[in-house]
Ligand binder design. Structure first.
Ligand code: NAP
Length: 282
């Protein structure tokens, strides 16, 4: 049986397959999606201040009567909430909306030059105060992590970045691994753009799985955690059924599909401008 969790550098365990909630933005959709996901075996739920759905997720967990200690909740500090005092204050809002008194994982959503060290200092304080169990970052490049290291008291245990077959982030994943940072892939399916690839279709047929399952397994076999999102019950279920193995050759062939093609923003530009510069809509 494959491992379902990974030990983070701070000793906490994190599920390897989580459920992304971006664009799950009504109470009804949150209730049905999380119920399907929980029944299918997901235990990690990924939200963010920016998604404006922390309150829906919090209400769903009450509606479904899911005990808090059975799940792992991740949220993220929005750019507008960055800075030391702002970050500390904004977390109380997140906890209130999520109807909980701690987060399992809090991430800096995007690196922002102006508040770069202050925001991280706030995360270290929130962890010391017990409001969050683990702290990490999102959309950090090797250079951002190297810079953070110059002042951080403790380093992030997770780096959540865009990753899929068209953007495999080989150097960043290797760097994270060497630093004992778990890479977690957002848009692990490339928001659908990778699903029509002919080679992936053939490989998936060979394993009698879907292209989405094939890609998710490729991430896991590369030591990368995933948080696929779907509002379709059958897809939510299949994305958690990953009980098959890819050969090294197959994994290597998927690596060759890399085109450095992003579906989201370039972290370096967000770092400079202090904000995301386009909003993705389905
Ligand atoms: N840290 C960050 O900056 C950041 C940025 C973006 C996202 N995220 C997180 O990462 C999560 C996942 O990323 P994402 O939502 O951008 O993209 P994704 O998970 O790569 O793709 C989602 C899209 O793929 C479709 N899909 C899902 N499973 C499928 C399957 N088995 N077969 C066919 N199509 C399938 C979904 O359609 P349906 O929903 O219609 O089924 C949806 O259109 C987000 O929800 C969010 O939690 C983080």
């Amino acid at each position: 049986m494959a491992e379902t969790t990974i030990k983070l550098a701070d000793g906490n365990e994190m599920p390897l397959v989580g459920f992304g909630t971006y664009l799950i933005n009504t109470q009804e959709l949150m209730d049905t999606s999380i119920k399907t996901a929980f029944d299918a075996g997901y235990r990690l739920f990924d939200t963010a201040q920016l998604y404006r759905n922390e309150d829906f997720l919090g209400q769903t967990l009450v509606n479904l009567q899911i005990p808090r200690d059975q799940i792992f909740i991740t949220s993220k500090i929005a750019e507008i909430s960055q800075g030391y005092e702002n970050t500390i204050k904004s977390i109380d809002g997140s906890l209130e909306r999520l109807k909980t008194n701690y987060l399992d994982l809090l991430l800096v959503h995007w690196p922002v030059q102006e508040y770069f060290f202050d925001t991280w200092r706030a995360l270290e304080k929130l962890k010391a105060d017990g409001k969050v169990k683990s702290i990490g970052v999102s959309n950090f490049s090797v250079a951002h992590l190297e810079l953070l290291k110059t002042q951080a008291k403790e380093m992030p245990v997770v780096n959540q970045v865009e990753r899929h077959p068209y953007l495999n982030q080989r150097a960043l994943v290797a760097f994270d691994k060497a630093q004992n940072i778990v890479t977690q892939a957002w848009s692990p399916l490339g928001r659908g753009v990778t699903l029509d690839n002919e080679m992936l279709k053939k490989m998936a047929d060979h394993h009698r799985v879907s292209v989405a399952q094939l890609i998710l397994k490729w991430h896991l076999q590369n030591g990368v955690a995933v948080i696929p999102k779907s509002k379709t019950p059958s897809r939510i279920i299949e994305n958690h059924q990953l009980d098959f193995e890819l050969s090294e050759d197959e994994s290597g062939m998927i690596d060759l599909l890399n085109r450095n093609q992003r579906t989201g923003d370039d972290p370096e530009i967000v770092y400079e401008t202090g904000k995301q510069y386009k909003v993705y809509k389905e």
